[in-house]
Every structure is written in C-alpha cells, then in structure tokens.
Design a protein around this ligand. Sequence first.
Ligand code: FAD
Length: 403
Amino acid sequence: MDFSIHPADQAFRQEVRAFIDRELPGDIARRGRHDYHSPREDVRRWMQILDRHGWSAPHWPAAFGGTDWTPLQRHIFQDELRRARAPVLDRCALDLLGPVLCTFGSPEQQARFLPPIRAGEEWWCQGFSEPEAGSDLASLRTRAERDGDHFVVNGHKIWTTEAHYADWIFALVRTDPEAKPQQGISFLLIDMRSPGVTCRPIWTLDEGHTLNEVLFEDVRVPAANLVGEAGGGWSYAKFLLTHERTTSAVVSHTKRDLWQVRHLAARRRWRNGSLLDEPLFATKLARLEAEVTALEWAVMRVLHASATDSRANAVASVLKLRGSELSERAALLAAEALGDHGLAVCPDPEAAYWLRGRAPAPPLDDDEAIGVTAKTMFRRATTIYGGASEVQRSIIAKSILRL
Ligand SMILES: Cc1cc2nc3c(=O)[nH]c(=O)nc-3n(C[C@H](O)[C@H](O)[C@H](O)COP(=O)(O)OP(=O)(O)OC[C@H]3O[C@@H](n4cnc5c(N)ncnc54)[C@H](O)[C@@H]3O)c2cc1C
C-alpha cells in the first residue's frame, strides 16, 4: 500500500485549513474547546458559513448539494475541522438521515428536507432505540396505524440525542404487527412540534443533558412523511447504521483528544521534566498514537472500497469497535494526564447550556483542561451507541470469521 499523501491532497488540506482559519468565528472556536456538545446556535452559524461555500454536506451526491471530493479529501476535511475545534455538526441529519433521503426519499421529501439540513436551519434527532429495544432493535414496539392520509403514532423512544433541540425526528415505527419483526417496520419523519409529542431529559454521568426520552401519544403524521416503502424501514435503517459505524470510528476526534493529552502532559511536572518524560505514560501515549494512525489508514481503505465491498457492514463493525475503544482510551489518558486536577468535574462556564449548572472550578490554569473530566465520562458511551461492542463482535464473528 502506498502511504504517501499526493501533493494534490496536501494542497487540498492547505486550502481547507486556510478557509477554516479565515471563516471560523473566534468565539465559536473558543466555545468548541471541549470538542463535544456544541451549542446549537454555534452549529447553525457555522453550517451557514459552510453552506455558502458549498461545504456543509460534502459526502452527499453533488445533485443534492454535496461535493465531488474523494473519500480521502472528505477525511482531510473532517480532520481539519477537528483540529480547529469547529463545532461538531448535526451528525444525525447530515450523516444519518441525509444519505437515506438522498437514496430512498421521494423527490418531494428531498426538496423539502435536504436544503434546510444543509443550511443548519432544521435540527433532527434519531428515534430508533426503545426501553426494550436497543441492541435488539427489531423488537421495537412504537406503533404507527394508518388512518386515511395520516399515521397515528403511539410509543416510547429513549436515549434520543438532542431531541430537546430537534425540530424533527426520524423514527422506526411498527406499521404491520402481523409481519415478521423486521418486515413490519417503517421509516417515518415526525414533526417534534406535533400535538402528542413529549420530550423528557435524561441526565448523564458527565452532568450533561444531551439525551432524552420521547413519547408519542396519538400523534398524527401525514402519510407523505413515510420514507420509501411501508415495511422497508429495516433495510433503510441497516443502510444508515452501516454509515453510522464508519463515521463512528471517530478518528479525527481521537486524534484531537491525543493532541490534548500531549498538551496536558507537557504541563504536568514529573521530576525535572514533564509527564511526557515518565516512561510508563510516554509508552501508553506512543502506543495509542500508533494504534490511532493504524485505524486511520484502515478507515481510508474502507472508504475507498465500501462502494463495491459486499462485506461493508461487517467491516464497518470492525471500525466502530476499534474506533470507540481507542476513543475511550484516549479520554482516559487525558484524565490521567490531568491527575488530581481532574477530580473536579470542571464544567465550562460557557457550556452552561447543557450542564446542570454546578459551580465552575477550573482545575488547571489552562483552556485545554476545561471539560476534560466530563468528556472522559461521556466518551464511555462510545462503546454503547451506534451498536454496543458485544454486538459488533457478534457481527464480525458471523460475517468475517464465519463462526
Ligand atoms: C450517549 C448515547 C447516545 C445515544 N443516542 C441515540 C439516539 O440518538 N437515537 C437512538 O435511537 N438511540 C441512541 N442511543 C441508544 C443506543 O443505540 C443503545 O444504547 C444501544 O443500541 C444499546 O442498546 P441498549 O441501551 O438498549 O442496551 P441493551 O441492548 O439492553 O444491552 C445491554 C448490554 O447487553 C449487551 N448485549 C445485548 N444484546 C447482546 C447480544 N446479542 N450479544 C451479546 N451482548 C449483548 C450489550 O452489549 C450491552 O452491554 C444512544 C445511546 C447512548 C449511550
């Protein structure tokens, strides 16, 4: 395999970096320093800037406002966004729903929903998981019964990220209770302002509010909001989840986290030097950096091959499994680098929009220390969402190892 980066790709990186340096507002970059849970208003402003440049949805087909970048260029773009601490974009809409609508949506749905997603004007959440249906998603029970030109939806979704901000939810609902579990599921777009929708917060270990329960009580949804065929929801969800697992390798995030680890460790004293000189810590960091680099190359190989590789689903599981484990380890190493200073949860005063509002107590006189402990706790979730590690291992065992 040729590991050299083509001069054209290097030039592309410079172009993207110059664009971000020029266009990313300073106040947004400052608030993005903890690198997760970006404020909605910051995301909207940043997406509008990207959209004006034609760069808000680079991975969509060009006919829907995407770019014709190569997979490597898209990866470089993500890398540069993370390096600059740009807000994390609305992944749900751009990465999950967008490709589904581009591929399976009606022309009316594409015209109605894709432009406001690209411009950051409408916010979406993903309504798949239910209290009794997470890993075993096919057992979901939220019902959508046809009533004239509407569906009437009743049910309960859980762990719904950013539902409290969302204008819309794309949900898996059961439209045919008699059919086999997978075949009776449909993919429905539901306006979160519809009468009968209730959103309740779930507070997480990091003292943050990003997760929610969403309850539907006799919610009327126009039948025109059904994506594709009735009963086709399972295959659209599989299409989407394969994509989710590729992006869930979160390589660019982990690279950024490792940069942060280096920065924090350089500021911690150890004997006459810094923590970077402590052999055990230095070995852990070097090993992790090497593993993340290896994963980055694996992601690029998959991105090049996925269009034709019939085992894309299983390969995506490998990336998800490995990427989420490395992400957790990088976050733990950042906490180790903070040492005793990490004992304070250390909420960022500017991030009060998602925290319970505990008294701010910055542990180190350093911007990079802000939010590290909270982020370490939240990163624990990376081996759960998008499909838990145990489930990924089962997919790999069956599809790749033929066990
Ligand atoms: C931070 C976060 C954000 C999320 N955001 C969303 C969202 O926006 N929308 C959404 O729909 N969902 C979301 N989820 C839900 C997520 O997809 C589920 O948590 C996940 O699929 C696991 O389901 P569960 O929580 O019901 O756990 P369960 O399925 O009950 O699993 C519990 C444990 O049992 C293990 N297990 C289950 N089945 C098997 C098996 N067959 N073999 C071996 N082990 C097994 C699991 O690995 C896990 O360790 C989010 C979750 C988190 C943590």
